[in-house]
Design a protein around this ligand. Sequence first.
Ligand code: NAD
Ligand code: UDX
Length: 494
Amino acid sequence: PRKVKNICCIGAGHVGGSTCAVIASNNPDVVVTVVDLNVERIKAWNSEELPIYEPGLLKLVQQARDGARPNLFFSKNMGSAIFEADLIFVCVNTPTKQTGLGAGQALELDYLQAAIKRIAEVAQNDKIIVEKSTVPCRTAETIQGIFSASGRRGVRFTVLSNPEFLAAGTAVADLLHPDRVLIGRSKTPDGYAAAAALADVYAAWIPRDRIVTINLFSSELAKLSANALLAQRISSINSLSAICEATGADIDEVSYACGLDTRIGPSMLKASVGFGGSCFRKDVLSLCYLAESLDLPEVAAYWKGVIDMNEYQKDRFTTNIVSCLGHSLAKKLAVLGFTYKKDTNDTRESAAISIVSNLTAKGASVSIYDPRAKMDQVWRDIDTYVSVSGSAYEACMDAQAVIILTEWDEFSNKPLGGALENAQRSSDNSSGHPSGASDLTGGDASKKSKLDWAFVAKIMCPPKYVFDGRNVVDAGKLTELGFHVECIGKPSMS
Ligand code: NAD
Ligand code: UDX
């Protein structure tokens, strides 16, 4: 196959920026240019304060962007980047549609179509077009249709699917050591050649046996399926957490015992206040929509259950807070953690958004602390007034209850070690590579010192509840400090 020398990536978001940093740093002879309609984002990628927080990412970007032979560029000039590229990643956002046919369920493909139309206008030579965005099954056909309709003669566009499996917070580690790289191609000479050219780019750092090539539509569907299966595990364990609370069983022990079965495995089995993030909800809903449009209502209803269970889990958690605190919600509540998981500044679809909104709607006065979420982002996410604190202690001062909504390490009072604890930590790490992000962070600022719970007990006021939505605290130890503790899927402790 023709060797790829020049790559353009349309979309400088979480996936486009991180993926291209890793591709560029492992392919020093390939020029990688990331473009975006949002010029502020491009400016930030060219600065020392990247638009997204990912452990290890800044260092990697700096090496490829600012070194003696830079090969990673963030540019406003989309036209020339497309013109010069022989391979183009399309990495734009595909959120849930807000209006029109399929609103609230189907994926919005307008951004993707705009990017494809731009490529069709600008291209003068053959291009490999790589769907990196998560898309419904058969989108490659739609893309090929846009190219055909554009009436360009003498330019061949070969469409590949190459979905991304990285998770936020471990993006660099996931990209450096992926379980697999998936390439979908049509079974045509052009399809085979394009897939081989893309595989060569990844083979610069990924063993060949991890680069898997399959049919185009299978690859598109595999991405939606993988996210649906991962989300389903969390909803399954969360459904069992409700049974634990009603019976006195302990969900962390149930999860540990089940995860020891190699057919089940320990990851994505950590009970929580509910999954968040920009992908799970929208991708499961997209699968439901696909099933409905294929006239498979039973299939749609089956996957919809995963979303319903997640909503139930968030509601259950809020209801328990209200029932424990009775009618005194107006006395201050401290919320620790606002991002949808640790080691990210991303708050999209965070369980914290609905829980805090529900509490404030019931008259609660809430003070939020998160080590990474930006204050203005929290205020954009919550319609009613909440105070945002600069430290956990400020948030907890004079609060009657602490509500933990993100599993940031600094909130935990558990020591490392012990089979159960280690198993739970490895199940937190969806990437499955135990060194994970911690190796990459070095002296990272996220490694803050642990919360001094004895001090928290002193500065709070009665009844001193801890509602732990992530099971990060050792409830026994906190009761010794005078707290009432409510965890997910465990007996109440006082
Ligand atoms: P994002 O919102 O962080 O970034 C998308 C970027 O694309 C934005 O900066 C936006 O301005 C830009 N954009 C939109 N339309 C454009 C156009 N026509 N031309 C140029 N730029 C345009 O999104 P993301 O989180 O990086 O996700 C991108 C895709 O990858 C989505 O389909 C998502 O489902 C998928 N994905 C995301 C993750 C994740 O962890 N975030 C993981 C795997 C897959
Ligand atoms: C997810 C997929 O893991 C990734 O492969 C895909 O490419 C994008 O979507 P992400 O949303 O970034 O990644 O993080 P993930 O680690 O999957 O967590 C998603 C949500 O589930 C978070 O809110 C997390 O706290 C929650 N979660 C995860 C649990 O509640 N329990 C678990 O065991 C694991």
